[in-house]
Design a protein around this ligand. Sequence first.
Ligand code: NDP
Ligand code: 8X3
Length: 254
Amino acid sequence: MKQKTVLITGATSGIGKATAEQLAKQQYRVIICGRRQERLTNLQNTLLLQTSQVHSLCFDVAKPEEVAHAIASLPPDFQDIDVLINNAGNAHGLAPIHEGDLRDWEAMIDTNLKGLLYVSKCIIPQMVEKQRGHIINIGSIAGKEVYAQGNVYCASKFAVDALTQAMRIDLHKYNIKVSAINPGLVETEFSLVRFKGDTERAKKVYSGFTPLTATDIAEIIAFILSRPAHVNIADLLVLPTAQANTYLVNRKTE
Ligand code: NDP
Ligand code: 8X3
């Protein structure tokens, strides 16, 4: 069987990194993306122990020229992309709507929403032409249910949900699968970024219960990709057992 090529955004950390590791083990040809070159180089070296085919692209998904330039620079062996995993994203800040910081709002909209569009725009046309492909968008429970102070992050993830549905409507006739995974609380660098490096505050988000791990989500991605051609797992909400919705988490206090 032909080796499949997957492009993963946000592969320098968390869910994206775990997914790259998972798919490299399964002999995918893996394109890892992110803004931190040193992390990309380290991950590339690790993945090369599993699979002979790894390429890294260092770019900011929020900058359309960088995105286009990076994807156009792919060597011939990596140009035929079978799977796009739109994972890059973060929350920036947690504040009531009247106190939000404009720079945080812009970062979330530019990355989580516009970045997903810029990357998709560079890759979908080749999938349409080939009449095959699979796009997996990483949404969030925050894209299904709004929570206090989550305002703009939630809005960006509701937009990802809308785009997932829209992509499926526009692309199903070209035999392209579009899936979404919407995780609840996953322990990654997500809260560290949201709270601007405040490790204590970030740690508290995942304390008193067992959160999901990035590998839990990566394994689900691998499962979705392993389904036969006629099966598309369109939309998944994945929660830690201790979480019921965005605000009900069964935490054990000492
Ligand atoms: P991490 O902070 O661990 O990883 C985020 C990744 O996104 C990093 O690799 C980062 O790479 C990349 N990224 C962020 N901004 C940009 C940018 N402008 N350009 C390119 N890459 C960027 O968080 P997670 O792994 O948790 O997050 C991955 C996805 O999962 C996000 O879309 C997030 O919203 C979603 N999610 C997370 C949940 C959680 O609880 N952790 C739950 C639900 C959804 P670099 O900094 O090198 O550019
Ligand atoms: C990340 C999950 O609940 O912290 O998307 O927003 S949450």
